[in-house]
Write a protein that binds this ligand. Sequence first.
Ligand SMILES: CCCCCCCCC/C=C/C(=O)SCCNC(=O)CCNC(=O)[C@H](O)C(C)(C)COP(=O)(O)OP(=O)(O)OC[C@H]1O[C@@H](n2cnc3c(N)ncnc32)[C@H](O)[C@@H]1OP(=O)(O)O
Ligand SMILES: NC(=O)C1=CN([C@@H]2O[C@H](COP(=O)(O)OP(=O)(O)OC[C@H]3O[C@@H](n4cnc5c(N)ncnc54)[C@H](OP(=O)(O)O)[C@@H]3O)[C@@H](O)[C@H]2O)C=CC1
Length: 264
Amino acid sequence: MPTSIFRPQLFSGRTVLISGGGSGIGFAIASLFGELGARVVLTARNRARLDQATGTLTERGIEAFAYDINIRNEGEVEALFEQLDADALQPDVLINNAGGQFAAPALDISPNGFRAVVDLNLTGTWLMCGAFARSAQRREHGGRIVNIVLALDSGIPGMAHAAAARAGVVNLTKTLAWEWAPLGLTVNAVAPGIVRTDALSQYDDAQLRADVAALPLPRMAEPEEVAQAVAYLASPAASYITGVTLALDGGEHLTGATPQHAAP
Ligand SMILES: CCCCCCCCC/C=C/C(=O)SCCNC(=O)CCNC(=O)[C@H](O)C(C)(C)COP(=O)(O)OP(=O)(O)OC[C@H]1O[C@@H](n2cnc3c(N)ncnc32)[C@H](O)[C@@H]1OP(=O)(O)O
Ligand SMILES: NC(=O)C1=CN([C@@H]2O[C@H](COP(=O)(O)OP(=O)(O)OC[C@H]3O[C@@H](n4cnc5c(N)ncnc54)[C@H](OP(=O)(O)O)[C@@H]3O)[C@@H](O)[C@H]2O)C=CC1
């Protein structure tokens, strides 16, 4: 990976809250913001993994903090923001990266399975956005929100629940961009295609390789490439950008519903 194009200390004095920051893409985002001078606050459910991540960041000279919460739980999200107030770690930037799903043909997704995925990806993101905006409003302090979704222009066969939930986040992003502009908040999203993280081990490798081979840029994205896009949207260079979803997908959005995307 090329070194960062951003100037050193770009985010000095800023606190960046990254959900799912202890692993994969979230950890790459935390690393980049930290290297650019930000204090980073990581959240996820797995305490041990969070501690390992903050340990690694601290060794690199980054100020890093961790809170274990489940973003699906409204009470835990509210308590997180109260604790951040108490710890003087009110965030300037929120990155909603936590999320996920299981692969299954639509007809095999039970109502509870559908609900679980919508609850995590759409409701969890919404809960974090609301708590962050209320905090910013109270403090009369603007800020940035960046939501990580999935590339979904061709639909996401095999993941109907995630497709629906992430499309919800894309329109939530547009709507909150309107409503919260007067609060000094911008709200944007990044839609990655397939990104090389450990989490891919739960998907069928042959399917992933076929999907990647069909792309105009036939390779996976690296987590650091997602981080650079997120940093751009949180930077002063993007101060006039709100409500957009940036496709970071190797051109997947150009391919349409090709046979490679046929539902299982
Ligand atoms: C085509 C390839 C594309 C190939 C293309 C792939 C592109 C990949 C791009 C994306 C990559 C990533 O997102 S990587 C990120 C990966 N990380 C993750 O996905 C982990 C996140 N997962 C989770 O947090 C959870 O597993 C989550 C999905 C939200 C479910 O949470 P819960 O704890 O509530 O789940 P449970 O209580 O166990 O189950 C709730 C219901 O879901 C059902 N359920 C759970 N797992 C199930 C399964 N594998 N198949 C069917 N049903 C399942 C259960 O039976 C329950 O329904 P009932 O039995 O009816 O009660
Ligand atoms: N890898 C890929 O190809 C792509 C990934 N994405 C999306 O990017 C994001 C990061 O994915 P990636 O880094 O690959 O995978 P990871 O599984 O490493 O990231 C998911 C993160 O979300 C956290 N998380 C999951 N559920 C909850 C919850 N209920 N409350 C709080 N935190 C939660 C997990 O931590 P914990 O389990 O400890 O809670 C984990 O840190 C996800 O939203 C994913 O869907 C989008 C496009 C492609």
